[in-house]
Each structure stands twice: as structure tokens, then as C-alpha cells.
Design a protein around this ligand. Structure first.
Ligand SMILES: Cc1cc2nc3c(=O)[nH]c(=O)nc-3n(C[C@H](O)[C@H](O)[C@H](O)COP(=O)(O)OP(=O)(O)OC[C@H]3O[C@@H](n4cnc5c(N)ncnc54)[C@H](O)[C@@H]3O)c2cc1C
Length: 380
């Protein structure tokens, strides 16, 4: 099914609810492997597409959920603006093709390396329209940042993987794109030193927008990478000052070629270092200080790298390995991103929730999707 607009979509969902028929919601189909597989009639949002409002002066964009991300990024680039949260492209990791949509980005709260500075997708999201599991159209937030009505519902939809509603329209606050960017590189550090260097950079006054570490065994690792963005003169000053500050960790090189800097961070954003080769892929969130212990606990057969100053670990492990058991005692979240359906069913995709949280989540699902027809089972 491929409705052309929100009204048609609402009719389809209402009919499905009346018949108790499950729906498998699709944007561009590039991230269907996130979460558990869904059995249901395919519902594509491709036809519900187009930028409905773009006010560069107000740093605000509103788009229908099926709008390709490319179309949005091209419109923003033409005005020297961008989405602040640098959404990851999952096509490399899953070997999918097609065009990612903005609805898919919001449904999975997809965010990239800049999350340490600019926040996640949900932090830029200021409004949503969606169809709930009974076919009702709901609207929350708006296009004005100071409008706080329904604030919590906007946040709730980001990362709910289509289990609370079918998004039809999303509104964002934007940021100006920087004039230029630079990557500071330190070669040869061990994990603990790398985390110390990244923490020093993130804690400095130089407004770091990326801090990642490729350990030995990942391409050109060990290599610690710090990104700065802004006006050309400011980048020249800040990169020299930060190079001096990080000098105690070893020689610091500065990469300024725009194409190289962009390719470097796109590779980190898309988890290029772990995406090739067989094995399960996990996304692990921990305290940056626990990063080295977490990576060590994963064992010598694991290929992994750090983002977010050590707080995010992308890891490729031998098939079927229970990473949560290996990480017992280290607080955090481990999400099974890529694995066979059997491994996902056995280990669970998402970090198990504490019982009080699980009760809240179940209550929300019962409220928004009483017949359980929207992406049933996607989140377990
Ligand atoms: C700078 C930084 C510091 C951190 N420090 C710590 C720390 O000290 N201790 C610690 O334990 N963690 C820490 N974390 C990890 C952070 O707490 C986890 O990332 C967070 O708990 C996961 O939720 P999220 O909404 O931020 O991430 P998201 O990326 O939104 O979600 C993570 C995963 O959970 C899934 N998910 C989202 N919403 C739901 C839902 N409603 N139900 C079920 N699954 C859902 C997502 O789909 C995704 O797979 C840190 C993270 C950062 C960025």
C-alpha cells in the first residue's frame, strides 16, 4: 500500500485497525533491519513526500515523512544550512539500497558523530504529525521553537520505530553549515590514552564537533580523530591551540582538505570500519571512561571503534556472541544492530528495560496503538 497523502493513510490505518491487520511501515526501506523483523502488510510512505515549509531566516524546515533525505540536504545546502545531528546512513552496514527518508531518520532517532555537540535527532525535532494505531491524525509541537505544547510527545516519537504512530510530517530547527572544517589526528594511542585525549579535546573551549578513535586493526588505526568546524580564521586559531593542548599525547597532524575531512567523518558516521565482513554488529553506549574496559571485554576477535569521545562503541563480533553478558558490570546500553533473525530473537535487539520503564512503554503502546497493528514486534 502506498497512500498519496495523510488522509488516505489515515483511512488505511483505520481499516487495518478494524480488521486487526498488522502493518509494516516503510520509508525508503534502507533501515528495515533495525529492530526485530515485522510480519505485516507493507505500508510505504514514499508517496507522502515533499518539503512543506522552509524558512531559512527562521532556521526552520517542515517536511512530509516520505521526503528523501537527499532532497532535504540539497535544499538546506543551497541556503548554507544543515540538520545539526548528522544522520547516519545505514546502507553500508545493511547492504541496502534505496533512498533514506526523513521519517525513517526520526523513527529511529538516527544521529551521528556531532551528537556530542549538537544533540541527537530528537533534540532538533520541534514538531510531528502522525496517524495513531486507530487511524486518528495527531499533531504535536509546531514550527516555532518556543512552542512547547506537546513537547514530550515530539520527543517520544523519535526512536519509537513506528510502534506508536505512522509519522506523516516532521519539523526541525536547523543550524548554519560551517564555512570550513578540520580534523586533528594523533597516531598510535592505546584505548585509555585515546579516551583521555578525546576527553581533553571535548573539555577544551575549542568547540569540538567530533571525537573518535580507530584502534589497531581498523584500517589505518590506531588513530585518534578530533573535528573542528566553523569560520576559516577561527579554525586556524582553534586547531593550532588544540594541537598545543594535545601535544602531550604525541605529534598532532591537522587535516584541512575539505573532501578528506568530509569523507573521514562520513566513514565514522556510517561505521565503515566495522561494516564489512561477517559477524554481528552491536552499538554500545557506555560512560566514555568505561570505553576501554568495554572494548577489552568484547574479546580479541572483535573489530570495534569509538565515537562520542569513547561513549559509543561500534563493534563487530563473532556471530551469536552475547555481548550483554560479556559487558556485565559495565553500565550502559547494547543494541544488536545487525544479526540473523534467529540471533536477534535469542538475544533481543534492544537493551532490556527495567520493569517500571517497560510498564510505561507498554502503557504508551496500548494508548497509541490499542490493536497492536503498527510495526508489531519491531521493538521486541
Ligand atoms: C555523551 C554521552 C554520555 C553518556 N553517558 C552514559 C553514562 O554515563 N551511563 C550510561 O549508562 N549511559 C551513558 N550514555 C548512553 C546513553 O544513556 C544511552 O545512549 C541512552 O540510554 C540510550 O537512549 P538514547 O535515547 O540516547 O539513544 P537512542 O539512540 O535514541 O536509542 C538507543 C537505542 O534504544 C532504542 N530505543 C529508543 N527509544 C526506545 C524505546 N522507547 N523503547 C525501547 N528502545 C528504544 C533505539 O532504537 C536505539 O536502538 C551516554 C551517551 C552519551 C551520548
Amino acid at each position: 500500500m502506498e497512500p498519496r497523502d495523510e488522509a488516505e493513510l489515515a483511512g488505511i490505518v483505520a481499516d487495518a485497525a478494524a480488521a486487526g491487520r498488522a502493518l509494516c511501515i516503510k520509508g525508503g526501506g534502507t533501515r528495515q533491519e533495525l529492530g526485530h523483523p515485522v510480519e505485516g502488510a507493507s505500508l510505504s510512505l514514499r508517496g507522502v513526500s515533499g518539503i512543506t515549509l522552509y524558512e531559512p531566516g527562521a532556521l526552520t524546515l517542515v517536511a512530509r515523512a516520505g521526503t528523501p533525505l537527499d532532497e532535504i540536504e540539497a535544499a538546506l545546502a543551497a541556503e548554507g544550512q544543515r540538520l545539526p545531528f548528522e544522520p547516519m546512513d545505514h546502507r553500508l552496514l545493511f547492504g541496502t539500497d534505496g533512498a533514506p527518508t526523513i521519517g525513517g531518520v526520526v523513527a529511529a532517532n538516527v544521529s551521528g558523530p556531532r551528537r556530542v555537540q549538537a544533540g541527537a535527532c530528537r533534540d532538533s525535532l520541534i514538531g510531528v504529525r502522525f496517524v495513531d494505531g486507530s487511524g486518528a491524525v495527531l499533531k504535536n509541537g509546531g514550527r516555532v521553537m518556543k512552542n512547547v505544547t506537546g513537547y514530550d510527545l515530539v520527543k517520544l516519537m523519535a526512536g519509537s520505530h513506528g510502534t506508536l504512530g505512522v509519522l506523516t510530517e516532521v519539523s526541525f530547527k536547523l543550524l548554519p553549515a560551517p564555512e570550513t572544517a578540520a580534523t586533528l589526528r594523533i597516531a598510535g594511542l592505546g584505548d585509555a590514552e585515546a579516551v583521555a585525549a578525546m576527553s581533553a579535546a571535548l573539555g577544551s573551549p575549542y568547540d569540538v564537533t567530533g571525537a573518535a578513535h580507530l584502534p589497531a586493526g581498523t584500517g589505518d588505526g590506531p588513530l585518534t580523530l578530533i573535528r573542528l568546524e566553523g569560520f576559516e580564521k577561527s579554525i586556524a586559531y582553534r586547531s593550532a591551540a588544540l594541537r598545543d593542548q594535545l601535544g602531550r599525547f604525541g605529534p598532532v597532524e591537522i587535516e584541512t582538505d575539505a573532501t578528506e575531512v568530509a569523507a573521514r567523518w562520513a566513514g565514522l558516521r556510517d561505521a565503515r570500519a566495522v561494516s564489512g565482513g561477517a559477524g554481528d554488529i552491536w552499538r554500545i553506549s557506555v560512560k566514555p571512561g568505561d570505553g576501554p574496559a568495554a572494548r577489552a571485554a568484547l574479546g580479541p576477535e572483535t573489530v570495534s571503534h569509538f565515537d562520542w569521545g569513547g561513549g559509543l562503541i561500534w563493534a563487530r563480533v563473532p556471530e551469536g556472541q552475547d555481548v550483554r553478558a560479556a559487558l556485565a558490570g559495565i553500565p550502559g546500553h547494547a543494541t544488536l544492530v545487525r544479526a540473523s533473525a534467529a540471533t536477534k530473537a535469542r538475544l533481543g535487539v534492544f537493551q532490556p528495560e527495567a520493569p517500571p520503564l517497560a510498564r510505561i512503554a507498554a502503557g504508551l503502546r496500548a494508548r497509541f496503538d490499542p490493536r497492536g497493528i503498527l510495526n508489531p514486534g519491531r521493538m521486541g
